[in-house]
Ligand binder design. Structure first.
Ligand code: FES
Length: 320
């Protein structure tokens, strides 16, 4: 069995129309062996020819090792990954994936977990709901979508034994309503853990609503870059293990500069979402631009994502 984060060839067992503009892909190993384990909230990266590498959350339960299930929403304004996949990935096709990797883990010992999803952000959240059900933990789910037609996984939610813990709302139509995140978070009893995955506007509202909740009980994941990459350059990166010094010039990311000098660094999304390019910082102050680290982790400055983050000073020493 391959180690975590190695490339793995899988094939598409089935493609299902999940909702308007959303297709679900069930991926299995060619020899029907179990796939590498994952935890709820994990994602894999799809590596298809002629398409940018993109990360997709696994929506099935971690206890189901026979398959990885992802759902991909068509994004006409994106980098073209979803359009390419919808058009070109069919039943029976092989493809290369990497992962699973998890930047959005569950605190499984929480007394009560409040899961909040917007649009295609339901995918990691639904894996969490299944996991929490399996370990007999208390949870509730709030899911907002544009309309019923656009909401993925509705059928499985409506037939779930805890369907009463699932609240859906739709922002279009005569009875349009939005999730009231402030009201949801206001019920915090000091022990709840809050999770959110959704579009940038929802994440902003979630961060605002949970401002008073201790960071260790607030968890979120973005599926689009929240910040512009740092391409200002004008600093030097010293590599502690090899002793090399590499200049990062204006217009380059640190990752570009490293790859340009033949230094191999794992990378995937190149926009600070997937977590593949994380590197330990030994000296210097990063200019963090990722959507993964919490504010306190950014302040600690012990690690950085070199695809998008830069340097606040003229020198960084990295554990490479
Ligand atoms: S390559 Fe994905 S976070 Fe850097």
């Amino acid at each position: 069995m391959p180690a975590l984060n190695e490339s793995l060839e899988v094939y598409v067992k089935s493609v299902t129309h999940e909702a308007k503009g959303i297709l679900a892909y069930e991926l299995r190993s060619r020899n029907d062996e179990d796939l590498p384990p994952f935890t709820a909230g994990a994602h894999i990266d799809l590596r298809m020819e002629a398409a940018p590498v993109r990360s997709y959350s696994l929506l099935n339960s971690p206890s189901d090792r026979s398959r990885y299930v992802i759902a991909i929403s068509l994004n006409e304004k994106g980098r073209g990954g979803s359009i390419h996949i919808h058009k070109n990935l069919h039943c029976g096709d092989s493809l290369i994936i990497t992962g699973p990797r998890n930047n959005f883990p569950l605190a499984e010992d929480a007394k009560h977990s409040v899961l909040i999803a917007g649009g295609i952000g339901i995918t990691p959240i639904w894996s969490m709901a299944q996991r929490l059900t399996e370990i007999d933990a208390h949870w509730e789910l709030h899911y907002g979508a544009r309309s019923r037609d656009c909401a993925a996984l509705l059928e499985v939610m409506e037939n779930h034994p805890y369907s009463r813990a699932i609240h859906t709302c739709y922002s279009e139509g005569e009875q349009a309503e939005f999730l009231d995140l402030k009201a949801i978070v206001a019920r915090d009893d000091g022990h709840m853990h809050f999770y959110c995955c959704g579009p940038a506007v929802m994440l902003e509202a979630f961060k605002e609503a949970t401002r008073e909740v201790p960071a260790e009980r607030v968890h979120f994941e973005s599926f689009s870059a929240e910040h512009e990459a740092s391409l200002e350059g004008g600093f030097v990166v010293e590599l502690a293990r090899s002793g090399k010094s590499i200049e990062v010039t204006p217009g380059q990311s640190i990752l570009d500069a490293l790859l340009g000098q033949g230094i191999e660094v794992m990378n995937s999304c190149r926009e600070g979402i997937c977590g593949a390019c994380e590197v330990r910082v030994l000296e210097g102050t990063p200019d963090h631009r990722d959507s993964i680290l919490s504010d306190s982790e950014k302040q600690a400055g012990k690690t950085m994502f070199v695809c998008c983050s830069g340097s606040q000073g003229n020198r960084l020493v990295l554990d490479l």
